[in-house]
Ligand binder design. Structure first.
Ligand SMILES: [Zn+2]
Length: 335
C-alpha cells in the first residue's frame, strides 16, 4: 500500500504536499482499508462497529513521539497483528512541518479549526490542509453505520516546555457538557492523570470534533517533543496500549476516584502594555504551583496575585506582542 516506502510514516514524509489518489484494500479478516490522502488512512471492520475513533498526531510537525506510536499501530493493523473491531481514521496532521522538523511551516495549524481556516490565506498549505482535515473527519463521521454509538477523537501532541505534570489533556468546551466517567477512565488508562477543562470555545482540532461533530475529544500533551528516532517510546506505553484497546473494542476498566485531577482557568495573564511586568521565570515548567498571595503580573496599578487556593501556570510566554495572552493561571476543580 505504501510501496516503495516501508510504512505509513515513510510514505507521508516522502509525499508531503504531493497529490494523492485514494486506494483501497481488504485485509483477510474483512477489514476495509482506505488510503484517503497523504497521511490519512481509514480502517473499517466488516462487523458491527460501535465506535468511530479519530486518532491524529503531527498537527505540530516536530511532535514526533505520538507519530511513531501511531505509525506502529497502523503497521500492526495492516499486518493483522492488531485486532480491529472499531472504525478508525488515522491522521498525520501536518506532513510538510514533519519533513521540516518544525512545529509549523507558515502558520500554527491548531488555531485554524472550527472553520477559522476560512479567515486565513487560502494559498498557504497549512490552511488548505486544515480545511481538508475538517472535511475528512466530517465525512468519516457522516458515513458511520447505525450501530455506532460513540465518536471519539484523540489529538496527540508533545509539549515544548517541561511540565510538573508530564502528561495532561485539554477537554474542549461545549455548552452544558461535563467530563463523563468513560472519558475519565480513558485518561486514567492512558496514564494521563491531569485534565484542563476549557471554559470557552476554541479553534483547535479537538474543539472542532467536540463542537461541530459531537465527539468526545481531547488534545493530549504526552511528554516532551524530541526529533524522530530520539524518543523513549516506553514513556508512551499508556497511550499506546489504550488506543490499541479502543481499536480492538476491549472495555476500559473504571478508574479509581481521584485518578484524574481536573483544573480550570481562573485568570488569563495579559501583556497589557510595554510597561507590563511578569514575575514568573522564563523556564518555569507547566503546572508549577504558586501559593496564595504570589505576585504573577503587574502593569501600573493593575496587579494579579494568587487567590485563596494555590494556582498553577500553564503556557507562560512573556514574549508575546502587547495585548496578547502571556499565560494561563489554573485552579483545581472537582469532577
Ligand atoms: Zn502540539
Amino acid at each position: 500500500m505504501f510501496s516503495p516506502h516501508k510504512d505509513f510514516l515513510a510514505h507521508t514524509l516522502a509525499n508531503a504536499g504531493a497529490e494523492h489518489s485514494a486506494s483501497h484494500s481488504i485485509l483477510s479478516a474483512g477489514t476495509e482499508v482506505t488510503f484517503l490522502d497523504t497521511g490519512i488512512i481509514r480502517f473499517e471492520p466488516n462487523t458491527a462497529a460501535t465506535t468511530s475513533l479519530v486518532i491524529s498526531c503531527g498537527v505540530h510537525g516536530n511532535e514526533t513521539a505520538p507519530i511513531e506510536i501511531v505509525n506502529k499501530i497502523i503497521s500492526d493493523l495492516l499486518d493483522e497483528e492488531q485486532k480491529c473491531t472499531q472504525r478508525v481514521l488515522f491522521i498525520f496532521g501536518n506532513p510538510l512541518a514533519m519533513v521540516a522538523g518544525e512545529r509549523f511551516v507558515d502558520i500554527n495549524m491548531n488555531r485554524l479549526f472550527c472553520g477559522d481556516w476560512q479567515h486565513n490565506d487560502l494559498t498557504l498549505p497549512e490552511v488548505k490542509r486544515a480545511a481538508k482535515l475538517e472535511a475528512y473527519v466530517a465525512n468519516f463521521f457522516a458515513e458511520e453505520p447505525v450501530t455506532v454509538t460513540q465518536r471519539l477523537h484523540c489529538d496527540c501532541h508533545t509539549a515544548i516546555r517541561e511540565s510538573a505534570r508530564q502528561k495532561f489533556a485539554v477537554y474542549p468546551f461545549v455548552e452544558g457538557r461535563e467530563l463523563p466517567q468513560s472519558q475519565q477512565d480513558f485518561l486514567a488508562q492512558a496514564q494521563v492523570n491531569t485534565v484542563l477543562l476549557q471554559r470557552k470555545p476554541a479553534n483547535t482540532f479537538s474543539s472542532f470534533t467536540s463542537l461541530k461533530q459531537q465527539a468526545e475529544s481531547f488534545t493530549l500533551e504526552l511528554g516532551k517533543a524530541r526529533p524522530f528516532g530520539e524518543n523513549n517510546l516506553r514513556e508512551f506505553t499508556g497511550i499506546d496500549n489504550t488506543l490499541r484497546k479502543l481499536i480492538a473494542g476491549e472495555p476500559l476498566p473504571t478508574c479509581m476516584e481521584g485518578a484524574v485531577e481536573a483544573f480550570e482557568v481562573c485568570h488569563e495573564v495579559n501583556r497589557s502594555s510595554e510597561a507590563w511586568q511578569f514575575f514568573i521565570a522564563d523556564d518555569v515548567a507547566n503546572f508549577t504551583e504558586f501559593k496564595t498571595g504570589a505576585l504573577i503580573e503587574q502593569d501600573g496599578e493593575r496587579e494579579y496575585r494568587v487567590g485563596d487556593a494555590p494556582e498553577y501556570i500553564v503556557f507562560p510566554n512573556p514574549k508575546v506582542p502587547v495585548g496578547h495572552r502571556a499565560g494561563l493561571m489554573l485552579k483545581k476543580v472537582g469532577l
